[in-house]
Write a protein that binds this ligand. Structure first.
Ligand code: GDP
Length: 197
């Protein structure tokens, strides 16, 4: 899929103010610092679209980016940031989980996983929660350029193994790098296919 246009539409702290649930949307989420903003900028080919390297856990916003005037990328606040207060974590839970469970035009959640790390409990727990609620998701391993292909595959396989302790099968997954655009075509082809269904 060609990206012809990508524009910031709105930031919200409340689900009532989101755009009308008409166009298909794809939510991107992961632990703080996983590379979510960089990935959104890489996919859209627009450097400053999503703000990279903000202080993690500060603002709990749902950002909508309108792509090609007919679908949305939704940038969700990161989870698993240790220094966030309990109150703000609870707010995150309420707000994001409500969005994920109730958003009728949500097509798929991209769960971002840092390809440099061993399987992280926060990621597995989050996938488990999505599975439990029947929310469709795919995995996206980030920062693949940071190490050798062999090491990336080792970590991907480690994650798959941990995943299979909870689930019967591993969902579709992508290996990406915002540095060298690895995985870009595959992610966009996937979205294009789902949009066409
Ligand atoms: P976010 O908090 O999940 O939105 O993460 P950011 O996109 O702000 O990225 C966090 C840090 O990782 C920044 O310093 C990015 O430059 C870096 N980063 C993100 N993605 C990649 C990648 O694919 N390759 C490399 N080498 N660095 C990345």
């Amino acid at each position: 899929m060609q990206i012809r246009s990508a524009e910031f539409k709105c930031s919200n702290t409340r689900t009532e103010k989101l755009p009308p649930p008409v166009l298909p949307e794809y939510a991107f989420i992961g632990r703080s610092n996983v590379g979510k903003s960089s990935l959104i900028n890489m996919l859209t080919n627009k450097k400053g679209l999503a703000k990279t390297s903000q202080t993690p856990g500060k603002t709990q916003l749902i950002n909508h980016f309108l792509i090609n005037e007919n679908w949305y990328i939704v940038d969700l606040p990161g989870y698993g940031y240790a220094k966030v207060s309990r109150k703000s974590r609870e707010e995150w839970e309420r707000f994001i989980r409500y969005y994920l469970k109730n958003r009728e035009n949500l097509q798929c959640v991209f769960v971002l996983i840092d390809s440099r790390l061993e399987p992280q409990k926060a990621d597995l727990d989050f996938c488990f929660w999505l599975g439990e609620h029947g929310i469709p998701f795919v995995l996206t391993f980030t920062k693949a350029d940071k190490q050798s292909k062999v090491k990336t595959l080792q970590n991907v396989n480690g994650f798959k193994k941990a995943f299979l302790e909870y689930f019967e099968e591993v969902p579709q997954y992508f290996i990406t790098s915002s540095e060298n655009q690895e995985g870009r075509d595959d992610v966009l082809a996937f979205i294009n296919e789902v949009n066409g269904r």
